[in-house]
Design a protein around this ligand. Sequence first.
Ligand SMILES: C[S@@+](CC[C@H](N)C(=O)[O-])C[C@H]1O[C@@H](n2cnc3c(N)ncnc32)[C@H](O)[C@@H]1O
Length: 213
Amino acid sequence: MADTWLSDTRAAYDTDASGYTERVRGLLDDKPYLRASLALFAESVQAAGGGPVADVGCGPGYVTEHLRDAGVDAFGIDLSPEMVAIARRTYPRVRFDVGTMTDLDLADGSLAGLVAFWSIIHVPDHALPGVFAEFHRVTRPGAPVLIGFHVGEGVRHSSEGYTGRPVSLDSHRRRPYSVADLLRDAGFTIEAELLMRPDEDVPGAVVFARPER
Ligand SMILES: C[S@@+](CC[C@H](N)C(=O)[O-])C[C@H]1O[C@@H](n2cnc3c(N)ncnc32)[C@H](O)[C@@H]1O
C-alpha cells in the first residue's frame, strides 16, 4: 500500500508552519493540566537520573523550551523542515532536528525520556504500533514517556490550513484505553491517564508510560 500520510503531513505543516505557530502561541499559559503533566514528567526524568529527552513532533518548539526551563535536557524532532526552521529561529540555543517518529535517528536506549504532544494524531492506525515500537527502542528502561492526543473516534480531514492555503492533513482521535493498549503491546507499563475537558467536543488526554525494565 502506498503510504502518502507522511509526505502529506510534512507538506501540510511546511505549508502552514507560521499559521500553526500563531495558533499555539502562549497555549501552555492557560493549560494548567498540561503544565502540571510536563512538570511531573520533568520531575520523573530527574528522579530516573536525567539525560537527553526528545520532544517528538515538536512543532514550533515551545514544549521543548518549557521542558528545558524545567531543567530537562530536551531537544526537538519534527517531520516538517519549516517547523524545525521556526523552532530553531525562536529558540536558537536549543537543538531541533528534522526526522520522523516512524524511523528515529537515535541509538537504542539513548533517551532518558520522550514526549509526543499531539503529534501521534497524524499517525494512521496501521502505523501506530511501529511508532510505539520506535519509542520503546530509543528509550532506556524506566525512562518516562508522555503522550498527548485528541480524544474521540475516527479521522478528520483538513483541506485548508490556518492561513487558508490548501493542505491534505488527517487527524486521528483515539480513546485513552486504545492508546494505552498499544503502548502495552509495545512493551510499556502505563502509569497514569489524564482526561482533560471531558465534556467538550474534542477532549484531550495524556498518558504516562515507561518501558518495562
Ligand atoms: C499538532 S502539531 C503538535 C506540535 C507540538 N507538539 C504542540 O504540541 O503544539 C503536530 C506536529 O507533529 C509533527 N509530525 C507529524 N507526523 C510526524 C512524524 N511522523 N514524525 C515527526 N513529527 C511529526 C508535525 O510536523 C507537527 O509539527
